[in-house]
Design a protein around this ligand. Structure first.
Ligand SMILES: Cc1cc2nc3c(=O)[nH]c(=O)nc-3n(C[C@H](O)[C@H](O)[C@H](O)COP(=O)(O)OP(=O)(O)OC[C@H]3O[C@@H](n4cnc5c(N)ncnc54)[C@H](O)[C@@H]3O)c2cc1C
Length: 323
C-alpha cells in the first residue's frame, strides 16, 4: 500500500503540472497513468506537432512540452505508477483509497482526477501483436531508438504521417502503408511526405509479421489487387488510433455530464477529497485546452491543501516569493 498526500490519476499535461504544483504546496504526490509514458494525448497522439497556444511559449513541439513538464514536476519528486489503470476509488475515513487494475493500492489524503478523455489504448494491429516490444510499437517517445533501422508505419492519420516525417531523417528507410487510398491527415502533412523519401503505399495492409525473436520483415497485401509483397523491416510502428474509455470512473459515484466529471469553481467533485481538472471536467464555459488544464490544476491543488492540511491557506503566495 502506497501512502501519499495527493494521488493524481492521469499523467497528461494537466496531471504533470498538478504534480509540480502539489510539491510547491509542500505535498507528497503520486501520479498514476495507464500508459507506459507520461504526456497523455500530447505524447500519444501528436508528439511531433508544434503547439502555439501555451502561455509563454510562442511555439513548442508536443514532446518538448511534455519533457519540460516532467522536468518541472521532478522538483516535487513525484512517484510515478505507470502502466496502471485506476480501477476502484472509495472513501476510507479521511482518506481515499484507489486500486489499480493490477491490484496496487494507494491511500491518499486527496485525489485529483486528470484523466483527459479516459484511458486510451492503442488500436491493435490485426496481425503480429505478439511482436510488441520485439520490434512492434505503438508509441515512439524517443525517435533515436529507431535510428538506422528500416521502419514500417501502419496507418493513415495525423500521427502515422507525423511519425513518418520525423523518422525519415533518422531511419535507414521509412515505408508507410495505409489500407485506403486517401489519408485522414492534414493536406500539408501529406504533401510534405510526398516530397520526402518516405515510401507511401496505398491501399496496402499488413498481412504477416515474421522474425526469430525480433521482427525481420513483414508481408503486406494490396487490398484492391490482392498482390503481396515482402518488406525487410526491423521496426513496425502501428498508428491506428486510440480507443478512449472512461471505463472504471463511471462506477466511482462521481456526478457526470456527457461523459465528463462535473466540478465546481474550486474543481471539487461531488465526492469528498476528490478533485478533477483538465479535459475530463465539465462546468459552464469549460474550454478544453492545455492552458485551461494548467489553471484548473493550480486551482484544484490550492483548494485541496486546506483539506489535506487543516488550517493551511488556499492562496499560497507567489512562487517567485516563496521559491
Ligand atoms: C491532435 C491534437 C492536437 C491538439 N492540439 C492542441 C493545441 O495545439 N493546444 C491545446 O491547448 N490543446 C491541444 N489539444 C488538446 C490537448 O492535447 C488536451 O486538451 C490535453 O492533452 C488535455 O490534457 P489532460 O492532462 O487533461 O488529459 P490527457 O492529455 O488526455 O491525459 C489524460 C491521461 O490520463 C490517463 N488516464 C485516463 N484514465 C485513467 C485511469 N483510469 N487510470 C490511469 N490513467 C488514466 C490517460 O492515459 C492519459 O495519459 C490537441 C489534441 C489533439 C488530439
Amino acid at each position: 500500500m502506497i501512502e501519499t498526500d495527493l494521488l493524481v490519476v492521469g499523467a497528461g499535461p494537466t496531471g504533470l503540472y498538478a504534480a509540480y504544483y502539489a510539491g510547491f504546496r509542500g505535498l507528497t504526490v503520486t501520479l498514476m497513468d495507464s500508459l507506459p509514458e507520461p504526456g497523455g494525448q500530447v505524447t500519444a497522439l501528436y508528439p511531433e506537432k508544434l503547439i502555439f497556444d501555451v502561455a509563454g511559449l510562442p511555439q513548442v513541439k508536443g514532446q518538448d512540452l511534455v519533457d519540460n513538464l516532467v522536468a518541472q514536476a521532478a522538483q516535487s519528486k513525484p512517484d510515478y505508477i505507470l502502466g496502471h489503470r485506476a480501477e476502484k476509488l472509495e472513501q476510507r475515513g479521511d482518506r481515499v483509497r484507489v486500486e489499480s487494475d493490477q491490484g496496487l493500492e494507494v491511500l491518499a489524503a486527496a485525489v485529483l482526477i486528470t484523466a483527459g478523455i479516459g484511458t486510451f489504448s492503442p488500436r491493435e494491429v490485426p496481425v503480429g501483436q505478439e511482436y510488441e516490444g520485439r520490434g512492434l510499437r505503438y508509441f515512439v517517445p524517443k525517435l533515436d531508438e529507431l535510428s538506422g533501422l528500416d521502419v514500417l508505419i501502419v496507418g493513415g492519420g495525423d500521427s502515422a504521417l507525423d511519425w513518418a516525417s520525423s523518422l525519415e531523417p533518422l531511419a535507414r528507410s521509412v515505408t508507410l502503408i495505409h489500407r485506403r487510398t486517401r489519408f485522414r491527415a492534414h493536406e500539408r502533412s501529406v504533401e510534405r511526405l510526398l516530397q520526402s523519401r518516405v515510401r507511401l503505399l496505398t491501399p496496402w495492409e499488413l498481412h504477416r509479421v515474421f522474425g526469430e525473436g525480433q521482427i525481420d520483415g513483414v508481408e503486406i497485401i494490396n487490398n484492391a489487387t490482392q498482390e503481396r509483397a515482402a518488406l525487410e523491416v526491423q521496426a513496425v510502428v502501428a498508428a491506428l488510433g486510440f480507443v478512449a474509455d472512461l471505463g472504471p470512473m463511471t462506477r466511482w459515484g462521481l456526478e457526470q455530464r456527457a461523459r465528463h466529471i462535473v466540478v465546481d469553481s474550486a474543481m471539487r467533485t461531488n465526492l469528498p477529497r476528490v478533485f478533477a481538472a483538465g479535459d475530463i471536467v465539465d462546468y459552464e464555459g469549460k474550454v478544453k485546452l492545455i492552458a485551461t488544464g494548467f489553471g484548473e490544476a493550480a486551482t484544484a491543488i490550492n483548494n485541496a491543501v486546506p483539506i489535506i492540511r487543516p488550517g493551511a491557506k488556499v492562496f499560497p503566495g507567489h512562487s517567485s516569493d516563496v521559491g
